[in-house]
Design a protein around this ligand. Sequence first.
Ligand code: NDP
Ligand code: 8X3
Length: 248
Amino acid sequence: MNKTALITGATAGIGAACTRLFIRNGWRVVGTGRRGDRLRQLQEELGSAFLPLELDMRDIPGVRELARLDAPWGDIDLLINNAGLAPPMADLQDAEWEQLETVLQTNISGLVALTNALLPKLIARKGGIVNLSSVAGSYPYRGGAVYGGTKAFVRQFSLALRCDLAGTGVRVTSIEPGMAETEFTLVRTGGDQAASDKLYSNMDPMTAEDLAETIWWVATLPPHLNINALELMPTTQSFAGFTVTRKD
Ligand code: NDP
Ligand code: 8X3
């Protein structure tokens, strides 16, 4: 066991699947999330290769403390900036600021604060960064202004970071998935399991494991290869056209 990943949002979905896969493949994983019970369950399942840390990405001083972990947990080779969420689907004029603020702080501020704090270590170890963006960052849809905006930020942040890191050997990838059945829609709908089931019914969505395999592939390519951005969708998902509003 000679490599360490820090995975935010390890308590569910893509982050939990990445945690399991990386540990199965011999890595150490530091996993974060707000739900301590989920982290404890994962530790029972995964054992000593997993270090659970209860952390809210909105707690910026707490997030930055992650850069002060001692070896071996602090010897981070890969940062997977995965923690994130969407506010309920609503036109912005009808949206609640507190919900939007949570999404902005989690998807943008926490992610940037953590990346900034960890970069000296990642540069020293010629490590890698995988950021979870979304197709929602490239293709607008109704009710997705703030979520899509945060994911467009993550994509552009990832690409520009490659400029800052030129010559360091640190790799950066923006992963941009479409629909994957996780707790994402349950969270977005405020806990409506039936709505989540309906969205993913009968359409073969991607799974958290599909994305974990993709991230594993990206992270373990030979060091001279950098995947800048990778967009992926279930075969059953594609694009809608423009909307036209008529006068009558
Ligand atoms: P899940 O809801 O299943 O998992 C989200 C994870 O993020 C949980 O572990 C959750 O942990 C964590 N998280 C959310 N808010 C916070 C916070 N404030 N502080 C700390 N951790 C937080 O969703 P996914 O696995 O699907 O989502 C993972 C990432 O992938 C997100 O960034 C999402 O935007 C992105 N994505 C998802 C897609 C999908 O269709 N599922 C498609 C495209 C991108 P906890 O609640 O315990 O804090
Ligand atoms: C979520 C992807 O397609 O559900 O990031 O908007 S989608």
